[in-house]
Design a protein around this ligand. Structure first.
Ligand SMILES: C[S@@+](CC[C@H](N)C(=O)[O-])C[C@H]1O[C@@H](n2cnc3c(N)ncnc32)[C@H](O)[C@@H]1O
Length: 206
């Protein structure tokens, strides 16, 4: 984590992601609404839910799975869909790198039940240990990570501590789950962990 925080991630971004991000940035050029990111949004159900919770913001759901996004795209077409949600099929690693390079600042970023990659050797695939972490933090805003795996929450707290970003962790007891995975784990009686942070408070040395 320290190494990633000290050295920029230089992975080249694919042409497809570059073109998608450029099209999105052009479409939003005159859009002054605060932006909220739903990273790894799956079907996009959480994106629609967040759009209803943040009616003054534009909520952008990003996922790499076309299959999962299909149902979200259908839901976005419904008459009662919130007008302030959009879904993008893109690798969110590329998205964070491009957004950070373009100086985008999100009002909030949600990371709801990311793939756990549970083996010890997978640590660099989990977002707190991933080389994209500095770009993610540079995109700013209030961060909210939810997971049913305490180790993942602990790793986030450690990464945020190393990056000098104040955080708090608790068990999420929201009466209304935000995402399908949250619903599934809640129904199975899992403890649901929530890490919240505000990367705007990052210190100058962070
Ligand atoms: C466990 S699912 C959670 C989906 C949703 N957030 C929820 O809580 O119901 C993890 C999602 O992250 C997406 N994902 C994983 N790695 C990704 C990446 N690098 N870029 C974009 N999406 C990614 C997967 O396609 C999948 O839809």
């Amino acid at each position: 984590m320290r190494r990633h925080l000290e050295h920029p991630f230089r992975r080249p971004v694919g042409e497809r992601a570059r073109a998608q991000f450029a099209a999105l940035a052009a479409a939003l050029e005159h859009d002054a609404r605060p932006r909220v990111l739903d990273a790894g949004c799956g079907t996009g159900a959480s994106t629609l839910c967040l759009a209803r919770r943040h009616p003054d913001a534009l909520v952008i759901g990003v996922d790499k799975s076309a299959h999962r996004l299909q149902s979200g795209q259908r839901a976005l077409g419904a008459a009662d869909a919130p007008p302030n949600a959009l879904l993008l099929r893109c690798d969110v690693v590329d998205f964070w790198l491009l957004a950070a390079a373009a100086d985008w600042r999100f009002a909030a970023q949600y990371l709801l039940y990311p793939n756990p990659w549970p083996k010890p050797e997978h640590v660099q695939r989990r977002w707190p240990g991933h080389p994209v972490l500095p770009a993610l933090l540079a995109c700013g805003g209030r961060l909210e990570l939810r997971t049913n795996w305490k180790t993942y929450a602990d790793e986030w707290c450690r990464a945020l501590q190393l990056a000098n970003v104040p955080w708090q962790v608790d068990c999420s007891n929201e009466p209304q789950p935000i995402s399908p995975f949250e619903s599934k784990y809640r129904a199975s009686g899992h403890l649901l962990w929530r890490v919240q942070a505000d990367s705007a408070f990052r210190s100058a040395t962070g």
